[in-house]
Design a protein around this ligand. Structure first.
Ligand code: SAH
Length: 342
């Protein structure tokens, strides 16, 4: 079958319809897919029946299927979604009071090989298409009747994969999600997280429509970061920080640095002081997370006292928050996405 409809922008849809059709038809289908979240062309009653049939015969809609759903005692839901080629990825919904956050994947597996992350054990299987990135949001929003307006919904690209190694598809998906005629979410409510693919940070910064940027720091020295995140050998910490410094923030925007605390590896007071020095000239905040442990992960979680001490030091200079793990009991928390049954 030809290319699926979900993931197409108005230009792609115009092409799919063929030259004979008026331009407004492509816009109608675009709005039906992303605004009204039609899961079947047959529902799109604004289109002539013949056009619906002809298009459906040529293009599948291309929404992923829910292969499995794991429900945490804290309200978090981990979806195992099956893609067109039978591969699966994970998408996590985290409801929290007045807001909902959907954590989506950008690749099947991951090539980056961070030593504390279980997704690394999968290796990289392939990039997700723009449609598969948007499709995760559409399916989880549909399954939970989530609304995109009113500022309740947030999207974080922090699931499986390294988003900046699939930048073109991440950007195309973001355009659809942030388009008022498309999914209609404010770009302030979309965040992409990177392990630090330095040249791609500048490329992302040049995009007119882009999510907010979070950078996984995870160490206070070049040496420790090399051990925890081998990608540091290719993109040293100093180059990463220079790219962050050069990144064109929008007036309302700050960079986020994420820091997973590993007992006796990167969690000392001296580490905290070095983090403050590293980030001194950046308009940023820091999110700390105590390691989510896993059977194959050779690191330990620091005590709450250690986490608090680290936070206290960083907070003197930079806004610094501790993130609570979500969905630990169902392998849905940061670094745990590797299709475990639970
Ligand atoms: N590849 C991107 C997107 C994944 S985001 C990135 O590296 O940023 C996943 C976040 O979870 C990253 O900040 C990562 O450092 C963090 N993480 C990975 N494994 C973890 C674990 N076991 N415990 C806590 N955080 C973890």
């Amino acid at each position: 079958m030809a290319e699926p409809l979900v993931g197409m922008d108005v230009g792609d849809l115009r092409e799919a319809l063929g030259a004979g059709e008026p331009a407004f038809r492509a816009r109608q289908i675009y709005e039906a897919l992303y605004r009204q979240r039609a899961s079947d062309l047959i529902q799109v009653s604004t289109l002539p029946a013949e056009m619906r049939r002809a298009l459906a015969a040529r293009h599948p809609i291309g929404l992923p299927e829910v292969a499995n759903l794991y429900q945490s005692t804290d309200g978090t839901r981990r979806y195992l979604l099956r893609l067109e080629d039978g591969r699966t990825v994970e998408t996590v919904l985290m409801p929290e009071g007045e807001r909902d956050t959907i954590c989506i994947s950008t690749q099947v597996g991951c090539a980056v090989d961070c030593k504390f992350c279980m997704t690394a054990l999968l290796g990289l299987e392939r990039n997700l298409t723009a449609g598969e990135i948007v499709g995760q949001v559409l399916v989880v929003a549909r399954e939970n009747q989530l609304r995109q307006d009113g500022g309740r919904l947030n999207i974080v690209m922090m699931g499986q994969g390294e988003p900046l190694l699939n930048l073109a598809n991440v950007v195309k998906a973001t355009r659809i999600l942030a388009d008022p005629a498309g999914f209609g979410l404010s770009p302030r409510r979309i965040t992409v997280s990177t392990a630090g693919i330095v040249p791609k940070i500048a490329e992302l910064g040049a995009e007119p429509v882009r999510p907010k940027l979070a950078v996984s720091l995870n160490a206070s020295t070049e040496e420790t970061r090399r051990e925890l995140m081998p990608i540091t050998r290719k993109y040293p910490l100093k180059d990463l920080l220079a790219a962050c410094k050069a990144y064109p923030l929008r007036p309302w925007e700050k960079l986020t640095f994420e820091y997973a605390l590993l007992a006796d590896v990167n969690d000392s007071d001296a580490d905290a002081r070095r983090v403050v020095k590293l980030l001194a000239n950046l308009n940023c905040k820091v999110n700390l997370i105590a390691l989510n442990p896993g059977p194959e992960i050779p690191f330990r979680t620091p005590t709450p006292e250690r986490v608090e001490s680290f936070q206290r030091i960083v907070r003197r200079a930079i806004p610094c928050f501790v993130r609570k793990p979500r969905g630990l009991d169902i392998y849905a928390a940061c670094g745990q996405l590797k299709r475990s049954a639970a």
